[in-house]
Design a protein around this ligand. Sequence first.
Ligand code: HEC
Length: 147
Amino acid sequence: MLRLLLLASALFFAINGCSENLADNDKSGSIKMNQLREQLQAKLGAGYGLPVAAATAEQLVRGKTLYQTLCSSCHGESGKPPDITLTSLTVPPADLSRPEIVNFFSEQARLEIIRNGISGSPMKGLRGMLNEKDTVAVFMYTRTLIK
Ligand code: HEC
């Protein structure tokens, strides 16, 4: 009897697990982002939700130059990316002007994305190119693009 119960519950979980996977496949894009958010939450722990300080005028000037040099080709000058069909990209860049897109990740998580990129995506990490001060400056400039 105990065996039967175990078998039944194993079956139950197997079937449930499968149907969950099927549902996941229907929205593959957001699954990737959900997983990334979970990874960043695990990595940053209590730091995940910590806000980044307000920008100084100097940081915004520096951040704007960096953004225009390193980011705007994909994300667009205003944060609104150009039509992907006009580019060689296979994944559409995130619209950094839309709060509902940007705020899916916390500020610290977005900093991490700028540092380390998104695996398997054209969004490459800038860790090797930007020091921490410049990373924060470009992040602060992207905040001004949110409409
Ligand atoms: C080669 C093109 C490219 C460049 C250059 C680029 N990005 Fe991205 N970025 C992307 C793509 C594509 C995504 C969407 C990722 C995905 O769906 O896999 C993205 C996503 C992001 C995200 C996550 C947005 C969200 O909330 O979903 C942030 C933040 C970001 N980029 C910031 C930047 C910043 C800042 C720079 C410049 C330092 C930059 N990106 C340069 C292509 C690019």
